[in-house]
Design a protein around this ligand. Structure first.
Ligand code: SF4
Length: 337
């Protein structure tokens, strides 16, 4: 049994031990509803705002000096989100918090210190049933455990054939191990929010709960995703939607395809909001460049199917039917003699 410290709860506030800690300290919802606690409600709202912009909430040194407020900001954020009941905000928050926890997991794993390793290994074992062992400078997990997760990644480096494998175990770095379980962290945090039971909402929370409804309107403008899009494009959209990393070549394919279908930059840009490295200014600059509205005015075309195949971005189905460029999908059906 690992004895968790308060610093551990700041890093991983979604653990069940957080509830026990707050109960032991005598915190309850009635008390947190007192106007004296309003700054923590604001901190919680700020934490949600950060998440909705696709960024990762960062705890500063000062935050680690006031750890109770840090833990409470997560708990109150969960209460605000559950009370507002807006799936898109809950989804963005759980993904952002999963990425935050992923960073801490990576750092704790990199410590190479037996005591520091205990908690991240316990989280992976107990929450996600992944047994991770150390092997020199590396971490190893069984092939089935690896494949179950790596199947969702499409970059070449995740293919089993490109990994070091010995005696049924796959060798990974701290960064790769933490990355491998991001989706499960996301699902876990999301399920914790869904499971929260709130008996009453303090008045001091209500204003921010209403603000969340207004905030959610910013995310109602989505790019038109047509069921007529080819599988390579649908796949790229799914990857972004899950908050996973789409390689630069995939982003280029998606942008050029949607531009060729007449979509405006304002419509396309929100698609990239969930990308782990999203930066609004950079995204708009790149879209402007691809559309030919900046720089030398060169307008780029969607790459050919052959090129996309060579970049592992093609997910061909019979309906692709010999086309040479994704923009032809659905136009050319049967040309064989
Ligand atoms: S064949 Fe072309 S259109 Fe079909 S999935 Fe592959 S790249 Fe996309």
């Amino acid at each position: 049994m690992i004895q968790l410290g308060i610093r551990d709860l700041v890093k991983y506030p979604f653990l069940a031990e957080t509830g026990e800690y707050l109960r032991d300290k005598g915190f309850n919802l009635e008390q947190l509803g007192h106007p004296d606690w309003k700054p923590i409600v604001e901190k919680a709202y700020g934490r949600i705002m950060v998440a909705t912009t696709g960024q990762i909430y960062g705890s500063s040194v000062q935050d680690f000096e006031n750890m109770d407020s840090e833990i409470l900001s997560f708990v109150i954020a969960v209460i605000l989100l559950k009370s507002a009941g807006i799936p898109t905000l809950i989804k963005r928050f759980s993904l952002s918090e999963a990425r935050r926890a992923e960073r801490y997991l990576q750092r704790d794993l990199q410590m190479k210190n037996e005591t520091k390793l205990e908690l991240p290994l316990k989280i992976m074992q107990e929450l996600f049933s992944v047994e991770v062992m150390t092997e020199g400078e590396n971490f190893v997990i069984s092939i089935p455990n690896y494949l179950k997760r790596a199947v969702h990644f499409h970059e070449k480096e995740w293919k089993l054939i490109n990994r070091r494998v010995e005696n049924g175990f796959v060798f990974l770095t701290a960064h790769e191990i933490a990355r491998l379980i991001r989706k499960e962290l996301d699902v876990y945090i999301n399920s914790k929010i869904q499971a929260v039971n709130i008996s009453f909402i303090p008045d001091t929370f209500k204003e921010r709960i209403s603000d969340l409804s207004l905030l959610a309107k910013n995310f109602s403008e989505y790019v038109t995703v047509s069921s007529d899009y080819p599988p390579c494009i649908k796949h790229a959209i799914e990857i972004l939607d899950k908050g996973e990393n789409l390689p630069h070549s995939g982003r280029f394919m998606l942008a050029t395809f949607l531009l060729s279908k007449g979509q405006a930059i304002d419509q396309i840009s929100p698609l990239f909001k969930n990308a782990p490295d999203y930066n609004e200014r950079v995204t708009r600059y790149q879209l402007d460049h691809i559309a030919g509205s900046s720089g030398k005015g060169t307008k780029y075309s969607c790459p050919s199917c052959d090129k996309l195949k060579s970049e592992n971005l093609c997910f061909e189905i019979p309906e692709c039917n010999g086309i040479i460029n994704p923009i032809q999908f659905g136009r050319k059906r049967t040309t064989n003699a």
